[in-house]
Write a protein that binds this ligand. Structure first.
Ligand SMILES: O=C(O)C(=O)C[C@]1(C(=O)O)C=C[C@@H](O)C=C1
Length: 410
């Protein structure tokens, strides 16, 4: 194992023991010791009122095979861009107002973005609040402008949304649920524009990546913008005759664009996983399948990561995701021998999702065990009910609806 020089959070075994209890009682709680937070009677009442009005949304049918269309099907609707809600920007955040009767949920993008649909799926009947950037959505929750944020974290074709992994650590929110959304991309353009007229296609980088094959076949230039619906809005506003957008059929309807092609993603099973974030963690239980998400860093050396993963496997805890991100504040580890131009290592944070609740003794034991040799351990995320999407088929009475047990905690 390599020696480290001046690591900010390296501590003695005794300090570590102290730290695990500190973590347990800190805001970003790991629930290692104390994980039950009882909501006040007042907040329970308020939530009962809010959620009594919830209705359940059904889900869209499975995506058919790729199909290019020459004519549009969805009739254009209103195109007065001024009348559409403006996304929150950072300057709006201080104008926070108190909790209203409708749950406010921040998402990144403008109206018609997939994230807006995910917010509606996670919280039926919520007031979805558009935010310019991912960190605006985090800030909106932290500053009480909204109660929740729903943000993409990974996609079955494009992989992880790294920005949100980084923001999870930087902000103090808790994951209170997850929701999966089937993503069916369309190629949109202004009316009269044909497929062969397109020279450029604009969209969110993830969406462009998910349609790599189609866009390569078309031989168009890809241009990255903040979100898919924003691309559609921009194409419409500028009346481009040589540019298209990759976005949803809903975005085509909102911005009055023609759908040139449907289901242009590289695989019909294109699923994005979104996290539901809140200021307070939920109360973990063991009566339903739970997931827990943590983040930690390790010493460099042979077998250290395997030892970390082993604390879960030895307790028969299934891991569903591991992601490593560079440790930005301390990106390089320089062992004494490295000073003369020998080995240097990048330093990483590991984000891990495992299938168990923090109310389960085996999870608590696994984290105590990990804490013995992790150089840093934080439960950025918390414990939340595992989404039912991949476990049960959608029916009108049991939709793919995520369960946010913290609904009675805000
Ligand atoms: O641009 C949008 O519509 C979004 O909601 C963002 C986003 C993403 O960040 O992954 C969400 C789902 C799709 O995977 C593509 C884009």
């Amino acid at each position: 194992m390599a020696a480290t020089s001046g690591r900010a959070w390296k501590s003695s075994p005794c300090e570590k023991q102290q730290r695990i209890w500190n973590i347990a009682s800190a805001d970003q709680s790991l629930y290692v010791r104390k994980f039950v937070k009882i909501p006040s009677k007042r907040s329970m009442k308020r939530c009962q009122k809010i959620f009594a009005s919830d209705s359940i949304r059904g889900d869209k049918e499975k995506a058919p095979a790729l199909e290019l269309q020459k004519s549009f099907e969805d009739p254009p609707v209103a195109k007065d861009l001024q009348s559409l809600p403006r996304p929150l920007s950072i300057i709006d955040l201080p104008n926070s107002h108190g909790p209203g009767s409708q749950l406010r949920v921040a998402y990144q993008g403008v109206q018609g973005a997939y994230s807006e649909s995910a917010a509606g799926k996670a919280y039926p009947n919520c007031k979805a609040v558009a935010c310019e950037q991912f960190d605006t959505a985090f800030n909106a929750v932290e500053k009480w402008v909204v109660e929740r944020a729903v943000l993409p974290i990974e996609n079955s074709l494009g992989g992880s949304i790294h920005r949100n992994y980084d923001l999870l650590l930087r902000h103090k929110l808790h994951i209170v649920g997850e929701v999966y959304l089937a993503i069916r991309h369309c190629l949109l353009a202004n009316h009269g524009v044909k497929l062969e007229d397109l020279k450029r296609v604009l969209s969110h980088p993830q969406a462009l990546a998910q349609c790599e094959n189609t866009l390569t076949k078309l031989g168009v230039i890809r241009e990255a913008v903040d979100d898919t619906a924003g691309a559609a809005q921009y194409i419409f506003a500028n009346k481009f005759q040589d540019a298209g957008a990759v976005a949803s059929a809903e975005a085509a309807r909102i911005y009055g664009l023609n759908i040139l092609a449907r289901d242009i993603q590289d695989d019909s099973d294109n699923i994005t996983r979104f996290l539901m974030l809140a200021r307070e963690p939920i109360i973990p239980s063991t009566d339903r399948p739970f997931k827990t998400s943590i983040v930690f860093s390790l010493e460099e050396g042979p077998g250290v990561l395997s030892r970390a993963l082993n604390v879960f496997s030895m307790r028969n805890i299934n891991l569903t995701k591991i992601e490593s991100r560079p440790l930005r504040k301390q990106p390089l580890r320089v062992p004494i021998s490295g000073i003369n131009g020998c080995t240097m290592y990048f330093d990483y944070l590991f984000y891990l999702d495992f299938e168990a609740s923090m109310a389960d003794q085996k999870s608590q034991n696994a984290l105590r065990h990990l804490e013995e040799f992790a150089t840093f351990l934080r439960g950025v995320c918390g414990s939340y009910v595992k989404s039912a999407l991949l476990m049960v088929p959608s029916t009108p009475s049991s939709p793919y609806c995520a369960v946010d047990c913290s609904r009675n905690c805000f």
